[in-house]
Write a protein that binds this ligand. Structure first.
Ligand code: KIV
Length: 271
């Protein structure tokens, strides 16, 4: 029996109950009103307004350039379209790393100006003070460990993280710290499936994996990747449910042909 079947609005508490009941959590990214409305109506549990907007919406190579103002614009659009799911917003690079006061100020702007329900930020021990300060202000926080794309220039590559014992141990320590600090959920990105399994089993809060295998309590994908809009990005963990690139390209070519031939508009498509 689904925890959230008759629910009007999914909350962080619903998400935690889902883990307790063994019900998997489905999360997708979204960045605009129309897709948020579609995905929400389809029954998604959580929309993440990810800073991957920097890649898929703005065409940047990394997530670093996107600003707090730009994230607020995307998040406010998503919130207008999402009536039932939980909406979580990424704190962008540069909006929380300085100190915990800056982290709280950025969070307050997101909460006041977008109407979203929670924030997500990357890192463990290094950002724990910020996480505690945001939670003590009454805002739910989702953690993010493993491959943390805002640190790409430190890592040097987007390959699987925490394959070595020392990094795996740090990740497990950080996961416990995040739970103790009060995070309501935790994203695990691109780590070995068995490590994600251990972390998921050791925590009460749900883990949501991307490239972290099937033992996580939920899964997240970037919407543009799973719909096949970004057709050139095909990592092993990605399941592409649609080739929207092909569908849209076909429709646009048909439209161009119709216009060129004078077949559009027809007599019934004019006044
Ligand atoms: O920004 C994003 O889309 C994310 C997900 C990949 C988890 O952080």
């Amino acid at each position: 029996m689904s925890v959230n079947k008759d629910i009007k609005r999914i909350t962080t508490h619903t998400i935690q109950k889902m883990k307790a009941n063994g019900e998997k959590i489905a999360m997708l990214t979204s960045y605009d009103y129309s897709f948020a409305k579609l995905i929400d109506s389809a029954g998604i549990d959580i929309i993440l307004v990810g800073d991957s907007a920097s890649n898929v919406m703005a065409g940047h190579e990394t997530t670093l350039p996107i600003t707090l103002d730009q994230m607020i614009y995307h998040a406010a659009s998503v919130v207008r379209g999402a009536k039932r799911c939980l909406v979580v917003v990424d704190l962008p690079f540069g909006a929380y790393q300085g100190n915990s006061k800056e982290a709280l100020n950025s969070t307050i702007r997101i909460m006041k100006e977008t109407g979203a329900h929670a924030v997500k930020l990357e890192g463990g021990e290094e950002v724990i003070e910020s996480i505690k300060r945001i939670i003590s202000a009454g805002v739910p926080v989702m953690g993010h460990l493993g491959l943390t794309p805002q640190s790409i220039y430190k890592f040097g590559t987007y390959t699987v993280r925490a394959k070595e014992e020392a990094e795996a141990e740090k990740l497990q320590r950080d996961a416990r710290l995040l739970e103790e600090a009060g995070c309501f959920a935790l994203v695990l990105e691109k780590i070995p499936a068995m490590l994600a399994k251990n972390v998921s089993a050791s925590l009460h809060i749900p883990t949501i994996g991307i490239g972290a295998g099937g033992y996580c309590d939920g899964q997240v994908l970037v919407m543009h990747d799973m719909l096949g809009i970004t057709s050139e990005f095909k990592p092993r963990f990605l399941r592409q449910y649609l080739n929207l690139n092909e569908v849209v390209s076909g429709a646009v070519q048909q439209y161009i042909n119709d216009v060129k031939k004078g077949a559009f508009p027809s007599a019934t498509e004019q006044y």
